[in-house]
Design a protein around this ligand. Structure first.
Ligand SMILES: Nc1ncnc2c1ncn2[C@@H]1O[C@H](COP(=O)(O)OP(=O)(O)O)[C@@H](O)[C@H]1O
Ligand SMILES: [Mg+2]
Length: 215
């Protein structure tokens, strides 16, 4: 398995547990849709898997690494080398051009492959936008940059948190198609949070989060 989540519990300070007892598994190259009502803990779970936050019990392993055993540099290395994330709000770096945003993560991990990057740029339809800054892009264009930035380092696992939640129907369809194509071509696994059953149905499997558990 590429990813295992085993009896994970997560409580934010001062609150009740958001995740009570969450378990799931994802194999290399598999795609899984995570659904659940607003506030059910989907983003919390994604952030745990992406090593952006910690949990109090249970275990998560990514590509053989147990996240509970990693220190801060270990978590940073995981995010750099194996896992990439795409968010609803795009989260591009506003002071960097499209070209600089695209290569940003791959450069951090010293995993920049110029041939792959130019291939990605072309496939994502970004070749004419490389010198622009994010504020001058449409939402769909921004998300295509974010997908390129995520895939540039050839992650084994792509985490996407409602990646089409801020896009109109046409841009959503294009972004989803591109993301699924890239994931399949690179053999990456995908864990994607979505409200849309249409989107969920295009992935290999679906898991539903409710009351802090996968149902
Ligand atoms: N950083 C945080 N600190 C405290 N509570 C949080 C934090 N992030 C999320 N929550 C709470 O945890 C619950 C789950 O949030 P979230 O994971 O964002 O749900 P979803 O993505 O399914 O909408 C919500 O009640 C939310 O208010
Ligand atoms: Mg969320």
């Amino acid at each position: 398995m590429l990813l295992t989540v085993d009896h994970v519990r997560k409580t934010y300070p001062g609150g009740r547990p958001v995740l009570q007892d969450v378990s799931l598994a994802l194999d290399h190259g598999q795609t899984l849709a995570l659904t659940g009502e607003s506030g059910s803990g989907k983003s919390t779970l994604l952030n745990l898997v992406g090593a952006l936050d910690t949990f109090e019990s249970g275990e998560i392993t990514v590509d053989g690494q147990a996240l509970s055993s990693l220190n801060d540099p270990g978590r940073a290395a995981l995010r750099r080398d194996r896992v990439a994330m795409v968010f609803q709000q795009f989260n591009l770096i506003p002071s960097l051009t499209v070209a600089q945003n695209l290569s940003f993560h791959a450069r951090l991990g010293e995993r920049l492959d110029k041939g792959w990057l130019s291939d990605l740029t072309r496939r994502l339809g970004l070749a004419d936008l490389l010198d622009r800054y994010p504020e001058y892009l449409s939402g769909g264009q921004q998300q295509r940059v974010a997908i390129g930035r995520a895939m540039a380092a050839r992650p084994k696992l792509l985490l996407a948190d409602e990646p089409t939640g801020n896009l109109d129907e046409t841009a959503s369809a294009a972004v989803l198609d591109l993301m699924l194509d890239l994931v399949r071509d690179t053999g990456a696994a995908l864990l994607l949070v979505t409200h849309s059953l249409d989107i969920a149905n295009r992935l290999d499997r679906r898991a539903h989060l409710a009351s802090g558990r996968i149902t």
